[in-house]
Design a protein around this ligand. Sequence first.
Ligand code: NAD
Length: 292
Amino acid sequence: LPEQEAFDIEYWLLEEAKLQRMPKPKSLAGRVAMVTGGAGGIGTATAERYLAEGACVVLADISEDSLNATKDALTASYGRDVIRSVIMDVTDEAAVARAYADAAVEFGGVDILVSNAGIASSAPVEETTLALWNKNMEILSTGYFLVSREAFKLMRVQGMGGSIVFVASKNGLAASPNASAYCTAKASEIHLARCLALEGAEAGIRVNVVNPDAVLRGSKIWEGEWLDQRASTYGTDKAGLEEMYRNRSMLKRSVLPEDIAEAAYFFASEKSAKSTGNIINVDAGNVQAFTR
Ligand code: NAD
């Protein structure tokens, strides 16, 4: 190489190395995220992912004890300035509106909503009482509507768009044994997301869906009747069920709360600026592979 060219290359490599060492700006800095079900397995993992990217987070959950424990744990790592918590039932219209009003006062608004609060309660259809059916519809379908409606109102006033991420379920696309109420409610969340994506597009409000497959670790859903029902259907315990889901997936891997958080981060961030009304199935390939 001629001398000048060699010098240029060396100079460029040094500059590049310097750039690599510089601290990267955090991708969600200045953003505020409302995470419903923030005291649960997937909600907490998502809140933590957002905090690590510089966002401020409002943890909203119905369970006061879990909420306090989660807030304390996250505050220890990220500091008290960036975390708030609110006891909120997603089916309580007034409480939901209050939570957004408080977030606007505390953090100046909400840019990201993760609608994730949920239960898993189901039974064979003949044993599904109207109360059980309504409970699924109220918390999952109506709850997702209420938290999204308030997010829309605030995001429109802010005038800077926003991102809404629904944590729905693989069961919103495919049937699961003895779970018609849950599966139907989850399917309605997915269609609500599509409808809201259309309504929000002009204002720059994007709405997308993350569908987890079974996430046994860290999830309180898998501590109660949902586990018992699946265990009686498949004849195995919690560890055995995780192994079953892993084995029947294409990738032969278990899905963890952090995996859902990563997809929820993608949809919250500018990396997905041109995606709305879309779905990511975080399922290790379980939805598309009929291997049961
Ligand atoms: P989790 O039970 O650990 O967390 C759910 C949280 O939602 C809890 O902290 C709970 O207190 C809260 N919550 C319940 N009802 C509420 C209400 N009315 N108002 C406000 N908060 C309420 O469960 P998870 O596994 O983290 O589930 C999160 C979401 O992911 C749910 O919507 C669930 O349906 C969905 N999902 C989970 C799995 C899985 O296998 N864990 C699979 C697919 C979809």
